[in-house]
Design a protein around this ligand. Structure first.
Ligand SMILES: [Zn+2]
Length: 50
């Protein structure tokens, strides 16, 4: 989850599910947008440590 950092298992979030609600913070997420945010945050972390 891009909001609270909660990680979902493959059982909780099958590939066919495009929209889901975080069981931890209850935020509604779109899986593609959520993935993009996670990648962006990771890239930001990598780039700022160079
Ligand atoms: Zn969450």
């Amino acid at each position: 989850c891009s909001n609270c950092g909660h990680l979902l298992t493959k059982d909780e979030l099958p590939l066919s599910v495009r929209r889901w609600q975080c069981p931890s913070c209850q935020q509604a997420n779109d899986r593609d947008i959520n993935a993009s945010i996670n990648i962006l945050q990771h890239a930001d972390k990598v780039l700022t440590h160079q």
